[in-house]
Design a protein around this ligand. Structure first.
Ligand code: SAH
Length: 390
């Protein structure tokens, strides 16, 4: 076991439950300081504080798993997984069989994402420490009664920073089908875990889609950045009069078409392949409701200033194309853009259009995307439902 001693005064965040220890807080390391493994963390007076996974190559030297002296093994992961599952089973609708089962730090399993799509799980292992326990985690997940097969789709910047490449494929047979049928609030979807974006579906917008269904009746709706048309489907299910579904990805729109037909909307409005920035600027008509759900425009903290320009452009042109009394559902999934800054950007857009708007609802991550109170920076998705006056 690795023993890691913090510099004087650097124990406060650990006491407070923050899950990360950065390299700058470390005074010394005893044991095999070059190896990835389980580490005990001590303050400068050699008091035991917490236990986690150590990676000498990462700026985040330790990701903490527990503040108790418990063994990190298959049983530990099984206990954490059981707690995460209970949250979802207790509070999610029984007409939903797709959700994020493990949301990293929010479920006290830093670096691990597990999405459930009906009988299949899709895992993302983001850290070298978790790679050591992959077999244990897969075994613990396989033991859940609904699990048929487990697929891996680990990729992205965090893995690069951990010194890992991408890794994808079957972790526990059988292989998932090309399209996994799932249900969300009784709506039917098809999820392409291999070729789709992220793990195949944007589970994090479930509550906002449900809100859209409640305000769509009799209205014209534009779903910008639609991916597989999930907002559009809820709008149609909620009785929208007309829906336009817009995305730049042809495969996403082809999937949207299949999904709309599967739910009894074979003529579910117009599917448009195009750039949402250009469409919003140039389109020659107005809507009662516009949804703006762009991909993250700021991947790093240093991108935030440039990204605010993109968000302002989108919101400004969306506000211009709303009918009097219309609704804008606008989102940012950039972790580095705070809700305060996002709201300021949207405010700036409204001022420039000369329109007046009020916030009628704040939107955000659903219950299966919990955010640790001790790690609030993990809250990435923020949304505002705005109503324009006239
Ligand atoms: N609203 C979706 C998720 C959106 S993800 C849902 O609820 O499932 C972001 C989407 O934006 C992706 O499908 C991506 O293909 C699309 N996209 C990215 N850049 C775009 C652009 N410039 N114009 C239109 N769509 C774009």
């Amino acid at each position: 076991m690795i023993r890691l001693y913090l510099k004087s005064g650097r124990e406060r965040p650990v006491h407070n439950g923050h899950p990360w220890i950065f390299s700058g807080a470390v005074e010394s390391v005893e044991g095999d300081a070059e190896a990835v493994g389980v580490a005990d963390v001590f303050d400068c007076k050699k008091n035991w504080l917490a236990r986690g996974l150590y990676n000498p190559k990462s700026q985040i030297r330790v990701r903490l798993l527990t503040w108790r002296e418990e063994t990190i093994d298959r049983d530990f992961f099984a206990r954490r997984i059981a707690q995460a599952l209970k949250l979802r089973q207790d509070f999610l609708s029984t007409t939903t069989n797709a959700y994020r089962l493990i949301n990293g730090e929010g479920d006290f399993l830093p670096g691990l994402i597990v999405d459930r799509y009906a009988d299949f799980l899709v895992c993302q292992f983001f850290t070298a420490g978790l790679e050591l326990f992959k077999d244990d985690i897969v075994a613990a997940l396989s033991a859940l009664e609904f699990v048929h097969g487990i697929f891996e789709k680990s990729e992205g910047r965090v893995r690069d920073e951990e010194g890992l490449g991408p890794s994808a494929g079957v972790l526990a047979s059988p292989e998932p089908p090309d399209l996994i049928p799932i249900e969300e609030n009784s709506f039917k979807f098809l999820v392409d875990v291999r070729r789709g974006q992220k793990t195949g579906f944007f589970l994090d917008q479930r509550d906002s889609r449900a809100f859209l269904a409640t305000v769509a009746r009799g209205r014209t709706v534009l779903d910008c950045f639609s991916y597989s048309g999930a907002f559009s489907l809820y709008a149609l299910g909620g009785g929208a009069k007309e829906v336009i579904t817009l995305d730049s990805s042809r495969p996403a729109l082809e999937l949207a078409e299949k999904i709309l037909a599967l739910n009894g909307f074979p003529d579910g409005g117009e599917l448009l392949k195009g750039d949402a920035f250009a469409y919003l600027k140039e389109c020659g008509r107005t809507f009662d409701v516009i949804v703006l759900d762009p991909p993250s425009l700021a991947h790093r903290r240093s991108d935030v200033a440039a990204a605010t320009g993109g968000y302002k452009f989108l919101n400004l042109h969306a506000l211009r194309h709303l009918n009097p009394g219309g609704l804008l559902l606008t989102f940012s999934c950039s972790q580095h853009l705070s809700i305060d800054l996002f709201q300021k950007v949207v405010f700036g857009a409204a001022v420039d259009t000369g329109r007046k708007a009020s916030v009628v609802k704040r939107l955000g991550q659903p219950i299966d995307h919990p955010v640790s109170l001790h790690h609030p920076e993990a809250e990435y998705l923020k949304g505002l439902a705005l109503r324009v006056l006239d």
